[in-house]
Design a protein around this ligand. Structure first.
Ligand code: MN
Length: 214
């Protein structure tokens, strides 16, 4: 088997109470695994057999090799950007940054998030506006897909939606963060209430990793 399900740096119950162990068992253990298995089966004896995942995504026709390859990549990007809410609270930073200037005035920001915060402050002077715009985009992404924070070629941040397996990897945009808004990502925990899942998502984002991608 060429491609494998990526190891996660956290246990399957680490995202609770925001994403349950049961969701992880299905979403990571079954859905993500199935995309990996399908891709491995599909590329045998094809020109894609010896390509990297990124190469397959850029070169394969839209279906089905592309779909499975892109879904493997998108899910790996999504799951590896999440981490335990306990850890995320310790790293809490940017949510309060724009609205509590005085609090931060005499405090030196860690160097590792300077680039991202500068870009975000330029685009969304009030940080709540970023969170609201991203959440609104995720909420209105019709059907199955992904909502992304990307860095475009003009070195500006943008929030974009993609449908089905589509991914910014096929564009000039550099992906920094994504939220999976396929129903399988939230139906066990939140049933039909996508808004609740999106709100929960904010407690799990590892912003240090997002910063490293800038
Ligand atoms: Mn998914």
């Amino acid at each position: 088997m060429k491609f494998e399900l990526p190891k996660l740096s956290y246990e399957l119950d680490a995202l609770e109470p925001y994403i349950s162990k049961e969701t992880m068992e299905y979403h990571y253990g079954k859905h993500h695994q199935t995309y990996v298995t399908n891709l491995n089966n599909l590329i045998v004896w094809t020109e894609f057999e010896n390509m990297s995942l990124e190469e397959i995504i850029k070169k394969a026709p839209a279906w089905p090799i592309f779909n499975n390859a892109a879904q493997v990549w998108n899910h790996t990007f999504y799951f590896t950007t999440l981490n335990s809410p306990k850890i995320m609270m310790e790293k809490a930073w940017v949510w309060n940054l724009y609205t509590q200037e005085n609090k931060w005035k005499d405090w030196t920001a860690p160097k590792w998030w300077t680039k991202l915060v500068n870009l975000m402050a330029k685009k969304w002077p009030h940080h709540d506006d970023f969170k609201k715009e991203f959440s609104d985009m995720a909420l209105k992404n019709f059907g199955s897909g992904w909502t992304w924070l990307v860095l475009n070629t003009a070195w500006e941040l943008e929030i974009i939606n993609t449908s089905n397996a589509w991914t910014p990897l096929t564009t000039e945009n550099k992906p920094l963060l994504t939220c999976d808004i396929w129903e399988h990502a939230y139906y066990i925990d939140c049933r039909n209430v996508r808004a609740k899942y999106i709100e929960n998502f904010w407690s799990l984002v590892d912003w240090r990793l997002v910063e490293e991608r800038v």
